[in-house]
Design a protein around this ligand. Structure first.
Ligand SMILES: NC(=O)C1=CN([C@@H]2O[C@H](COP(=O)(O)OP(=O)(O)OC[C@H]3O[C@@H](n4cnc5c(N)ncnc54)[C@H](O)[C@@H]3O)[C@@H](O)[C@H]2O)C=CC1
Ligand SMILES: O=C(O)CCC(=O)C(=O)O
Length: 416
C-alpha cells in the first residue's frame, strides 16, 4: 500500500500537470510551510511516566490562517499528518473558505487513556505548540479520537499563555438542550461533517437521477462523522444495511434502525452485540452488498487487496484519504464513482469557519442552510473542472483547490 503522503503528493502532482502549473510553483506548494514535532510526557494516573510524540504540520497559508483537526490515534506519524495537512489546504480552497491547511496529531491510543490522562496530554501538547497557533496563524479542531472536550482543554491551556482566546480552536462545546454557546462553539458543528457528507451524496446521486431513498448504504466507522451521516441518511429514507466501528460490525438487509443503534452505542460504547441485525466481520464491511459505501474511519482502507471486491457503485469519502491510488485505479476501471474527501467531508471545516466568523451562527437552521449552499456550490464548481479537463471527480476537486491556492500564492508573490 502506498503511504498517505506519497499518495497525496501523487494526486497533487497529477492536478498540477492538468493545470499546467509552473514547476517552481508546484515545488513551493508541495513543501509544507512548517512542521512541528514535540515530545509530550505525562504522569499516568498510577504515577508512572508515559511519553508520546505530537505533530502539527502547517502546510499552506496563502488563502488564510492554517486550519485542520488534531487526531489521537496509534498510527499517527509524520507522513500521515503531512498528508492530512496538505489535504486540508486543497479542502478549504474547494470549499472556498478563507483558510489554508494544517493537521496535528499525537501517536497514542485514546481508548487506553483515562479522561484525566487525556486532559494532561492535551495540555502538554498545547504548551508545546501554543506559540505557533492562534486565530491569525493556525486554528485546530477535532478529528479522529478527539472531540469538543479536547478543544475546550486546548482553549483553556492556550489562554493561560496568550489571554482568553476562544477562537484559537473550533469544534468547541455547546450545551445543546439550552442552545447556549458555552465557549463560543457553533450549533451544528458537531453534526456538520456527517451532514455535509449527506448533502454531497445527494448532489452526486442527483447527477445519476437517483436519490437517497433509492439506495442501500454501508458505513465504516460510527464516531462523529459516521453516526451523524447514518442518522441523516436514515431520516431521509435511505436504507443503512451495514455499519462498523473498531469493535465490531452489524448488518441488516432490510435496514438498521439507526436511532436505536445510536442509543445502543451511547449506552454500551460499542456496536458489538447490537440485537437489531446480524454481526459480521469488521473487514467485510467494505465489500458488503450495497449501492453506496461511506468510509468514515481510517485512511488507506480501500487498497489493492479489497478494491476488486467492492460491490458499491458509489463511494463517498467521509474519512480522509480512505482510498489508496491503486484502489482508485481498480475502482475507476470497474465504473465505481468516487466522491473525494477534500469535497465530501468539507462540511466540518465549513461550519468551523461559520463558528469563528459567526456569519451564520446563532440558529442551527441557518448554519445548516448555509452549509448546504456551500456544499452545492462546491459540487457545481468541481463538475465544471471535470468537464473542462475531462477528469475524475478527484482530479476535478484537486485541480479546483490547487488552482485557487496557486492563484493566491502568485498574487501574494515571493520576496525578491
Ligand atoms: N470530525 C470531523 O469533523 C472530521 C473528520 N474527518 C475524518 O473522518 C474520519 C472519522 O473521524 P471522526 O468521526 O471524527 O472520528 P471518531 O473518533 O469520532 O470516530 C472514528 C470511528 O471509526 C471507528 N474505527 C476506527 N478504526 C476502525 C476500523 N478498523 N474499522 C471500523 N471502524 C473503525 C471508531 O470505532 C469510531 O467509530 C477520519 O478520517 C477523519 O479525519 C473528516 C472531516 C472532518
Ligand atoms: O474543522 C476543522 O478545522 C477540521 C476539519 C478537519 O480536520 C478535516 O476536515 O479533516
Amino acid at each position: 500500500m502506498m503511504n498517505a503522503l506519497a499518495a497525496t503528493n501523487r494526486n497533487f502532482c497529477h492536478a498540477a500537470r492538468i493545470l499546467g502549473l509552473d514547476s517552481r510553483l508546484e515545488k513551493s506548494l508541495l513543501i509544507p510551510f512548517r512542521e512541528i514535532k514535540v515530545e509530550c510526557t505525562i504522569p499516568k494516573d498510577d504515577g508512572t511516566l508515559a511519553s508520546y510524540v505530537g505533530f502539527r504540520v502547517q502546510h499552506d497559508n496563502a488563502r488564510g490562517p492554517m486550519k485542520g483537526g488534531i487526531r489521537y490515534h496509534p498510527e499517527v506519524d509524520h507522513d500521515e499528518v503531512n498528508a492530512l495537512a496538505q489535504l486540508m489546504t486543497w479542502k478549504t480552497a474547494v470549499a472556498d473558505i478563507p483558510y489554508g491547511g494544517a493537521k496535528g496529531g499525537i501517536g497514542c491510543n485514546p481508548m487506553d487513556l483515562s479522561i484525566t490522562e487525556l486532559e494532561r496530554l492535551t495540555r502538554v501538547f498545547t504548551q508545546k505548540i501554543q506559540d505557533l497557533i492562534g486565530i491569525h496563524r493556525d486554528v485546530p479542531a477535532p478529528d479522529l479520537g478527539t472531540n469538543a472536550q479536547t478543544m475546550a482543554w486546548i482553549l483553556d491551556e492556550y489562554s493561560k499563555f496568550q489571554g482568553h482566546s476562544p477562537a484559537v480552536v473550533t469544534g468547541k462545546p455547546i450545551v445543546s438542550k439550552s442552545e447556549r454557546e458555552d465557549l463560543g462553539g457553533s450549533l451544528g458543528r458537531e453534526a456538520a461533517t456527517g451532514r455535509g457528507v449527506v448533502f454531497a451524496t445527494e448532489a452526486l446521486l442527483a447527477e445519476y437521477g437517483k436519490s437517497i431513498t433509492d439506495m442501500k448504504f454501508a458505513l465504516q466507522g460510527f464516531g462523529n462523522v459516521g453516526s451523524w451521516a447514518a442518522k441523516f441518511i436514515h431520516e431521509k429514507g435511505g436504507k443503512v444495511v451495514a455499519v462498523s466501528d473498531v469493535t465490531g460490525a452489524v448488518e441488516n438487509s432490510i435496514g438498521i434502525d439507526i436511532p436505536a443503534l445510536i442509543e445502543y452505542k451511547e449506552i454500551n460504547g460499542t456496536l458489538k452485540d447490537f440485537q437489531g441485525g446480524d454481526s459480521m466481520d469488521l473487514n467485510d464491511l467494505l465489500i458488503h452488498e450495497c449501492d453506496v459505501l461511506i468510509p468514515c474511519a481510517l485512511g488507506g482502507v480501500l487498497n489493492k487487496q479489497n478494491a476488486a471486491d467492492v460491490k458499491a457503485k458509489f463511494i463517498i469519502e467521509g474519512a480522509n484519504h480512505p482510498t489508496d491510488p491503486e484502489a482508485d485505479e481498480i475502482l475507476s476501471k470497474k465504473g465505481v464513482v468516487i466522491l473525494p474527501d477534500i469535497y465530501a467531508n468539507s462540511g466540518g471545516v465549513t461550519v468551523s469557519y461559520f463558528e469563528t466568523f459567526k456569519d451564520s451562527c446563532g440558529k442551527e437552521e441557518k448554519v445548516n442552510f448555509e452549509l448546504q449552499r456551500y456544499m452545492k456550490r462546491a459540487f457545481r464548481e468541481i463538475k465544471a473542472m471535470c468537464k473542462l479537463h475531462d477528469c475524475s471527480l478527484r482530479m476535478g476537486a484537486f485541480s479546483l483547490g490547487v488552482d485557487r491556492v496557486a492563484r493566491a500564492t502568485l498574487l501574494r508573490g515571493w520576496e525578491a
